[in-house]
Design a protein around this ligand. Structure first.
Ligand code: FCB
Length: 477
């Protein structure tokens, strides 16, 4: 590939009306296996927790499932051709664990691995750098039946699975990320229950978070041994957390939520310890007895890069006695021990997810990780927005999504100018897809999917992004 792994740092960036990115900046788009592949019962694939969850009444809007999704499993070569037409330099996809190791342990399913071998070959043949995520939330159901992520053994199973994938495509994939957004797996999966496997127990959520990170550390060690040339990292979803006022109680609420949302993962993986205030906040929930000697050394195994997913900001306030706290994500325990903190809306423009649009928050997030945690190269591994789209005369003119991307790319550029070693950006998402508990009702794609016919239509944002990639920068505002 022509992209150097780490492009040379540029001293002064052009901050003029037409911001240009450093040479070799890795322009990409992202997807995840369960959200696009379909073919849920083909090629030897077995159910994951998301199959079980989506087939359980009342869990996903409209009873939608990932059974067919974008049918990418069958349309992969055409989809890669579309990526090439858009000029993507990289494509971030996830491997479906239950497709390549249906039982969650033991032998690999070669037919499943073959799909990813073909995908990687197709990408490389089109000059597109594969960026592989090992875990985007689809735990094999047999492992959940044994207790899932709250159980320690799941971490070891994950490292075994990582080795199977490394054996299959390690010679051709340079960029590897272990987990996608462990906060969601732990706190939405086992805390609020809004995501699969739909369990609601604060202590289990905290244990799940720990074992996800342990699995990450073990997988990094296994990959490092097998693939000394690979670039290894993890993807976390981060939010700036702002107090609604200067009142000490609001400031403390922000500290607590920042602990649970951001520092719970950043500190163990990048510093090798849990934050003391977080451990104290969680005292009523867990005594952290699940943390064994040596775990934090494994969890903080050195990385080559950090992936950051950024969507929005949290503004929070202290509880008001007698007032119901806002029910975030439809159930309170995704913030164990801090369930009474209020999430405040500011009245600024929101996306179709009701997430506030806050591009300066991306600058803040990138600077924080760089200035407080690490000198490692950073990548925005997801950023994007859902809006209601309409097809008119065969076109989808998604001006709001385009503006969202534009604002966040200007923010990315600003972060680079401030000294952040940001090396790439992945738009979420390449195409409309199964948006988890929202099913197909939320569209994040740069490419429209007609779910009846599987016709793909690049939206205005896709055409615009192709031009951004071509010029390696943005037009004047
Ligand atoms: C992120 C997920 C991704 C997608 C976007 C909208 O949290 O990683 O799969 O759902 O949100």
């Amino acid at each position: 590939m022509s992209n150097p792994t780490h492009p040379p740092a540029v001293g002064v960036l052009d901050q003029g009306p037409e911001p240009t990115f450093p040479p070799g900046f890795l322009w990409g788009a992202a997807t995840a296996a369960y959200q696009i592949e379909g073919a849920a019962a083909e090629g030897g694939r077995a159910p994951s927790i998301w199959d079980t969850f989506s087939h359980t009444e009342g869990r996903v809007v409209g009873g939608h499932t990932g059974d067919v999704a974008c049918d990418h499993y069958h349309r992969m070569p055409d989809d890669v051709r579309l990526m090439a037409e858009l000029g993507l330099k990289s494509y971030r996809f996830s491997v479906s664990w239950p497709r390549v190791q249906p039982g969650g342990s033991g032998v690999a399913n070669q037919e499943g691995l073959d799909f990813y071998r073909r995908l990687v070959d197709e990408l490389l043949a089109n000059g597109i750098e594969p960026w592989l995520t090992l875990y985007h939330w689809d735990l094999p159901q047999p492992l959940e039946d044994l207790g899932g992520w709250p159980v320690r053994d799941t971490a070891a199973r994950f490292a075994d699975y990582a080795s199977l994938v490394a054996d299959a495509v390690g010679d051709r994939v340079k960029y590897w990320t272990t987990l996608n957004e462990p906060w969601c797996s732990a706190f939405l999966g086992y805390g609020s229950g809004a995501h699969a496997p739909g369990r609601s127990n604060g202590a289990d959520a905290v244990r799940a978070g720990h074992h996800l990170m342990l699995g990450h550390g073990l997988a990094v060690q296994a990959l490092r041994a097998a693939l000394p040339q690979a670039q290894l990292g993890v993807t976390v979803n981060l939010y700036p957390v702002t107090p609604a006022s200067d009142a000490p109680a609001d400031v403390d609420a922000a500290r607590r939520i920042d602990g649970l949302a951001n520092r719970f993962f950043l500190d163990p993986m990048l510093r090798g310890s849990y934050p003391e205030d977080l451990v104290a906040d969680l005292a009523e929930v867990t005594d952290f007895g699940h943390v064994r000697d040596g775990d934090l050394e494994i969890i903080s195994t050195p990385l080559d890069l950090v992936g950051i997913n950024y969507y929005s900001r949290h503004v929070v306030a202290a509880p008001v006695p007698g007032e119901e706290p806002e029910k975030y994500w439809r159930a309170p325990s995704c913030w164990p021990g801090s369930e009474d903190v209020r999430f405040v809306t500011r009245g600024v423009p929101v996306t179709d997810m009701d997430w506030e649009i806050d591009a300066p928050g991306l600058v803040e997030t990138l600077r924080r990780v760089h200035e407080e945690y690490t000198d490692l190269p950073l990548y925005v591994t997801e950023n994007g927005s859902a809006f209601v789209d309409t097809v008119q005369d065969g076109q989808v003119d998604d001006v709001d999504r385009l503006a969202y991307f534009d604002a966040h790319l200007r923010a990315s550029h600003e972060a680079i100018a401030a000294g952040v070693p940001l090396r790439g950006y992945f738009a979420w998402s390449l195409m409309d897809n199964f948006e988890w508990a929202w099913g197909y009702t939320k569209r994040f794609g740069m490419v429209w999917i007609d779910y009846d016919t599987q016709v793909r239509i690049p939206k205005s944002s896709a055409r615009w992004y192709a031009e951004v990639i071509r010029r390696n920068g943005l037009a004047a505002q």
